[in-house]
Design a protein around this ligand. Structure first.
Ligand code: NAG
Ligand code: NAG
Ligand code: NAG
Ligand code: NAG
Ligand code: NAG
Ligand code: NAG
Length: 467
């Protein structure tokens, strides 16, 4: 397709020449085929009948040479000849904008996604991009979808200079395991993390209190991740709501937007029950040793399922000192050089700004302390990995003291009822006769609201539709 785009001028001319040559012999059917062919070769602008939602900001990413304009969306799968018709406004003086055709790719590379449970999924997270000239500095981007339009502000991205690790977290949907967050933040801090960016949709009050505590310490940045807007009325009835199947889409989108917001040299995209540890020492030192000044853009850590005795939900954090390792083949997670990561996938980096960068396997482990680890009947094995690079008893005491401080001395008893409700809802969807996208979100809201008084994100206009 890229080759076709490059030579489209030549191809269009050729087709037109052929058309003129045979013009007097053409019937209507033939003309239609030619029209279709022309749209494939010349491309076709996405118009207002197409379901698409935009992240509010476009980015000029100066980590690329030349700099690249990047736009993030969630939309129905595209044909690869479809493009966004965009006006780039270069200054505020009302000089004429420059018009560009901008092509996109799905962030997870496949559209539609080919997992069985994704059969009913209509939407995918996309990224659209185009190279700019070094001196081109757009201030605003207007996307034209036929008669409708949407305006995006523009943010600039540069190489990262501050030493440290930034941890990006997927949007928190109906989250109740607040103990995970305490262990997660303390372990990651001990490994060298300096900033946590948490996209927040909904959680229990206890979870919110833990997040707010670390936000007030200046460690966690809570970014509201509101529900997605509905499409304009004339197309809304034709498509499912994005919000109904938002989880997986949100994950990819938030991860890749978060990466741009990182200001430290390293970044990572784990879940609240995952900590990356090297076999020896601190993750930050290990990452510097392996990556600084090299072509290594990411270190990949194998998944190790761990459980604690006693478990952190029913008792205290004492079990963290001696995790039990269970054999289960789950996928990896990674830490990356934030100056060179381009697109992030969930388990491995997808691409780098400099194509000569590589990923290597780390000497360490992804410690995955999933809440249901104990309930699985798995053999445990000995491993040398630990959550903290130094004295565990100090950290365990610190976590318990912190929990007491957050909850004014009365540690809330953990209840699995909201987590159970979420799984019940998902199971119901999976058993349904209809092809429903098993990527919940709004689809479970009513059921979730029955079991808990949730803290929800503020509704901010983060996602835009063309009007
Ligand atoms: C919008 O695009 C679709 C194909 O993507 C096309 O069938 C339709 O005619 C277009 N509508 C307008 C008003 O151009
Ligand atoms: C905008 O207009 C003002 C006054 O006409 C001029 O001084 C300034 O250089 C212009 N800015 C740009 C970026 O063109
Ligand atoms: C990140 O990658 C760049 C480009 O290869 C390299 O110069 C830099 O040292 C790396 N930074 C770190 C902290 O590894
Ligand atoms: C932690 O919980 C375990 C199991 O309930 C208990 O034996 C232990 O005394 C507790 N430790 C502290 C410091 O409270
Ligand atoms: C757990 O696994 C062991 C060995 O694989 C098996 O003998 C035992 O019956 C299992 N226990 C349960 C509760 O499934
Ligand atoms: C770890 O810390 C505890 C209490 O903070 C202390 O009693 C113990 O001696 C320390 N152990 C080591 C090996 O430093």
């Amino acid at each position: 397709m890229r080759v076709i785009q490059r030579y489209k001028g030549v191809l269009v001319t050729l087709i037109i020449v052929v058309l003129i040559f045979y013009a007097y012999e053409l019937d209507d059917e033939y003309l239609e085929t030619v029209g279709e062919l022309l749209s494939i070769v010349a491309g076709e602008p996405i118009n207002s009948s197409f379901p698409i939602t935009f992240y509010q900001s476009a980015y000029v990413d100066h980590r690329f040479d030349p700099p690249r304009l990047r736009i993030f969306t969630i939309n129905k799968c595209l044909k690869n000849y479809q493009f966004l018709l965009a006006d780039l406004h270069f200054n505020v003086n009302g000089s004429a904008p420059v018009r560009k055709n901008i092509y996109g790719i799905p962030l997870n590379r496949k559209c539609p996604i080919n997992y069985i449970e994704q059969e009913g999924c209509v939407y995918n997270p996309y990224t659209f991009s185009i190279d700019l000239k070094t001196n081109e500095d757009p201030k605003k981007v207007t996307i034209h979808l036929g008669s409708r339009k949407v305006e995006l502000n523009v943010e600039k991205i540069y190489k990262k200079a501050t030493k440290g690790i930034t941890v990006c977290l997927q949007p928190v949907y109906y989250f109740s395991h607040w103990q995970n967050i305490l262990l997660f933040i303390e372990a990651w801090r001990a490994q060298g993390a300096t900033r946590f960016i948490v996209y927040f949709h909904s959680a229990t009050k206890e979870t919110w209190k833990v997040l707010a505590y670390y936000r007030d310490l200046g460690l966690v940045e809570i970014k509201h991740w509101p529900s997605f807007p509905s499409f304009p009325v004339d197309i809304a009835y034709k498509y499912p709501r994005i919000d109904d199947s938002v989880l997986r889409n949100a994950y990819f989108l938030a991860m890749n937007i978060c990466i741009l917001d990182i200001k430290t040299t390293f970044g990572t995209v784990p879940d609240f029950d995952e900590v990356l540890v090297p076999t020896n020492g601190r993750l930050l030192d290990y990452a510097i040793k392996e990556m600084a000044g090299t072509k290594v853009g990411a270190l990949i850590f194998d998944n190790h399922y761990v459980s604690f005795t006693p478990n952190i939900y029913s008792a205290n954090f004492s079990g963290v000192a001696s995790p039990k390792f269970r054999t289960l083949a789950w996928p990896s997670k990674y830490v990356f050089n934030a100056s060179v990561i381009d697109i992030a996938q969930v388990h491995v980096p997808d691409s780098f700004t400099d194509p000569s960068m590589i990923s290597i396997k780390a000497d360490g482990a992804l410690l995955h302390f999933r809440y249901d680890a104990e309930s699985k009947n798995l053999t445990t094995t000995e491993k040398p990995y630990r959550f903290f690079p130094d004295n565990h008893s100090t950290h365990i005491k610190n976590m318990e003291d912190t929990a007491k401080k957050i909850f004014n001395g009365v540690i809330p008893k953990f209840s699995s009822k909201s987590n159970d409700a979420l799984h019940e809802c998902v199971n119901k969807i999976m058993k349904s006769e209809d092809k429903i996208c098993v990527s919940t979100g709004g689809l479970c809201k009513a059921e979730m609201d029955k079991v808990e008084d949730w803290v929800y994100a503020k509704s901010e206009p983060l996602f835009l539709i063309a009007i």
